[in-house]
Design a protein around this ligand. Structure first.
Ligand code: OGA
Ligand code: MN
Length: 278
């Protein structure tokens, strides 16, 4: 198998991949090697890429069918592309706060591929947290308790009327009246490629845990979300124009830091469709 030039980003997850031009026609052996590294390291960072939206979409399609976001308007020319933009006079950013992408869908995207077009002079990093490590660190008794539980997810808190996710000058919400639906996913999911278990609740979209009283659910969720995002499980990406990061939504949560008020940041995102979590 093709050997990639990989170096770790941090102790818990993440790797930088050197020596590849993602805009070129990559062989299926190289794609297989990238996929294996993606499943093993969960977050892959590629520096100094020069990608048009078409090239980013073609790269994404090597990993599966691309998705379109149900509630965020895509790029006018390329609906599968979302321009994630913070304008200098926006009051907050998209993806701020720990979350996993689109867990309010029955079949959430398996991965997201984000490419930096324009970055602030300083700040605007993204954090990632390894949900396998967060699960593994729990006691056996807690794992047994969680293994049968079901989380209820909804886009409502972020996208329904009054939701805050896209109060941005350059990003538009669509179909917000459909955002209040509920979807059930296991609290602990098994990665379909590695077989590893991972915590699968997040503070943006998981609204409760089925079968518990309201206060039981709220306290357990609070504990799990704290566990999921302890710094020992995290890594951090500092962006430069031309950095591309792909992350495995079956394995990580992420957090786009907003510490660059008054500056512009523009990322281009595509997502790859996934399966129903089990
Ligand atoms: C996203 C997201 C992170 C960032 O696109 O899903 O959370 O750093 N963005 O912009
Ligand atoms: Mn996100």
């Amino acid at each position: 198998m093709t050997q990639l030039d990989l170096s770790p980003l941090a102790g818990a997850l993440g790797a930088t991949v050197r020596g590849l031009d993602l805009g070129a026609e990559l062989s299926s052996e190289t794609i297989a090697a990238i996929r294996a590294a993606f499943v093993e390291h969960h977050v892959l960072v590629f520096r100094d890429q020069e990608l048009s939206p078409e090239q980013q979409m073609s790269f994404g399609r090597r990993f599966g069918e691309l998705d379109t976001h149900p509630f965020v308007e895509g790029n006018a020319e390329y609906p599968e592309v979302i321009d994630v933009v913070t304008e200098p006079d926006d009051v907050f950013n998209f993806g701020g706060g720990w979350h996993t992408d689109v867990t309010f869908l029955e079949e959430p995207d398996l991965g997201s591929i984000l490419y930096a077009v324009d970055v602030p002079q300083g700040g605007g990093d993204t954090l990632f947290s390894n949900q396998h490590a967060a699960y593994d660190a729990l006691s056996e008794t807690m794992k047994e308790m969680l293994d049968g539980l079901v989380g209820i997810h909804s886009a409502g808190p972020q996208y329904a009327d009054g939701g805050s996710s896209t109060f941005h000058k350059s990003m538009k919400t669509k179909e917000a009246d459909l955002a209040s639906a509920f979807v059930a996913h296991p609290v602990v999911r098994t990665h379909p490629e590695s077989g590893e278990k991972a915590l699968y609740v997040n503070g943006a979209f998981t609204v409760s845990i089925a079968g518990l009283h309201g206060d039981e659910s709220a306290h357990l969720l609070r504990f799990l979300i704290r566990q999921a995002t302890k710094e020992i499980f995290t890594c951090r990406v500092q962006w430069e124009p031309g950095t591309l990061v792909m992350w495995d939504n079956r394995s990580v949560q992420h957090y786009a830091l907003y510490d660059y008020a008054g500056q512009r940041r523009h990322m281009r995102r595509v997502t790859v469709k996934g399966d129903r979590p089990t």
